[in-house]
Design a protein around this ligand. Structure first.
Ligand SMILES: C[S@@+](CC[C@H](N)C(=O)[O-])C[C@H]1O[C@@H](n2cnc3c(N)ncnc32)[C@H](O)[C@@H]1O
Length: 207
């Protein structure tokens, strides 16, 4: 964290404390589950685009509070909910307990690794995480390792546009930049779309 770059963003009536280079701070976790966010980034509308099935295993990398993990768990066989912040996983665990869900495994990870077995995942989902990654090459290498042959890498992230909430524009990546980084790391784009007014959806397969 670099305090000289600390910024405050107003979003959804809440103060968004952003640090650069930042990781979304668990102290602001309530923003991830806010009703306003539900309006502009609906988890079910997003997951509809992925093409999930009851036989699938999904890894939600950078799962945060489980905003996507929980609805995804109702569509697939198993979800790995993975994050580098234990506080986020504690929130997911509370939701799992409250909702009596049995097919979610929470996993505390480190910055550049995804601790799940080789070829064990059908969908690797990253929502508003790719722009936060410090070592995209290593994470994509890990993605290739954990994804099955026909597995999909799904990246949903903020459009690179000036807004008065969300990450600063200079931290956001264009769709073309994400496609290029993924291509350089062995993935080819299969589908390119959007969800809501602020987010793009990119679906990749192994090249
Ligand atoms: C903006 S939040 C998004 C959370 C969730 N995907 C959502 O859309 O509600 C980003 C999350 O990614 C996590 N994260 C950032 N870098 C990560 C990494 N290298 N590996 C795993 N998690 C990471 C952060 O700790 C944070 O919980």
């Amino acid at each position: 964290m670099n305090s000289e770059h600390e910024r405050n963003y107003y979003t959804c009536g809440l103060i968004w404390n952003y640090n650069m280079p930042h990781k979304f701070d668990v102290n602001n976790a309530e923003i991830l589950d806010s009703p306003e966010r539900f309006q502009f980034l609906n988890p079910d509308s997003t997951l509809e685009k992925v093409g999930l099935g009851k036989e699938m295993v999904l890894a939600d990398l950078g799962c945060g509070t489980g905003y996507f993990t929980i609805p995804a768990s109702r569509r697939v066989k198993k979800v790995f909910a993975i994050d580098t912040q234990k506080g986020m996983l504690d929130i997911v665990s509370q939701k799992i307990k409250k909702q009596k869900l049995t097919n979610i495994e929470t996993i505390l990870s480190e910055e550049a690794s995804i601790p799940v077995p080789d070829n064990s995942v059908d969908v690797l989902l990253m929502v508003n995480v790719f722009h936060e990654l410090e070592d995209r090459g290593s994470i994509l290498k890990e993605g290739k390792r954990i994804l099955s042959g026909n597995g999909k890498l799904v990246i949903v992230d903020w459009k690179k546009m000036e807004m008065d909430f969300g990450p600063p524009v200079e931290e956001r990546l264009t769709e073309e930049e994400v496609i290029s980084i993924c291509k350089d790391n062995g993935f080819e784009v299969r589908e390119q779309s959007g969800v809501g007014p602020y987010n793009y959806v990119l679906i990749f397969g192994k090249a």
